[in-house]
Ligand binder design. Sequence first.
Ligand code: SAM
Length: 228
Amino acid sequence: MESQNILNAQAELWNQTFSFVKSLTLKCAIELGIPNAIHSHGQPMTLSELHAALSLPTCNETNLLRLVRMLTHSGFLVQNTGKNSEEVYDLTPISRLVINNSDSTSSLSSFVLGDMFNKIPRADAVFLKWILHDWCDEDCIKILQRCKEAIPSKEAGGKVIIVDMVVGSDVGSINHEPQLLFDMMMMTLTKGKEREENEWSNLFKKAGFNSYKIAASLGVRSIIEVYP
Ligand SMILES: C[S@@+](CC[C@H](N)C(=O)[O-])C[C@H]1O[C@@H](n2cnc3c(N)ncnc32)[C@H](O)[C@@H]1O
C-alpha cells in the first residue's frame, strides 16, 4: 500500500474507533445546557458569554473552548464573526432540535390506558409511530391483528398508519446511516429490528391485511399505510 493510503486508512480507523466521542460531546453539550443558553441569549455568543451563562468554574474556560471546537466540527454549533469582529457561536439546525421548550403544553389528545397486545380501542385509524421496530415479527403480527380488529373496512376508511424505517428506501440526499445504527440499537436493546420493505410486506400479509402503500418518506423514516 502506498504510504498516503496507509495514513488515510489509519486516520479512518481512528475516526471509526473514536466516533463514540461525538455522541459523548453531544450528551455533554445538552447536559451543560449549551443549546438553551444560546437560544435564551437571543443571538450568537462569545465563548466568555457562554462560559458565564453556564456558570462554570473559571478554570474551565479552556475546556469549554475545546468542547465548543469539537461541537463546531460536528455541525452542532457554527462559528461566526460578531459585530465587533469577535468570534461568536450560534445554533445550527441540529442543535435547534434539542432546545428544551418545557413550557410548551399541548392538550390536543386524550389518553386511554391499555395493552396493545390485548385490545386496541375502536377507531377509524390506528397510528403506530416508532412502535413496531421495538418488537419481533411474532409480536408485531399480534399488535397488527389487534389494530385490524379495531378499525373498519378499507371502504369505510379503516387503516393503520405506521411511522418507522424502511431499510433501503430512497432517502434522497439524506444520510441513510441512521437506519443501520438504529438496527444495531434494536438488535442489542430490544427484540425488534429495522425492516426492509419485503419484511414489512410479510408482516402485513401474516396479520391478515390486504394491501399497503409507502405513502411518504420522512427523512430516514417512512409513513406506511396498511389497509384491511
Ligand atoms: C418507542 S416508544 C413510542 C414512541 C412514540 N410513539 C414517539 O413517537 O415518540 C414505545 C411506546 O410503546 C408503549 N408500549 C409498550 N408496550 C405497550 C403495550 N403492551 N401496550 C401499549 N403501549 C405499549 C410504551 O409505553 C411507549 O410509549
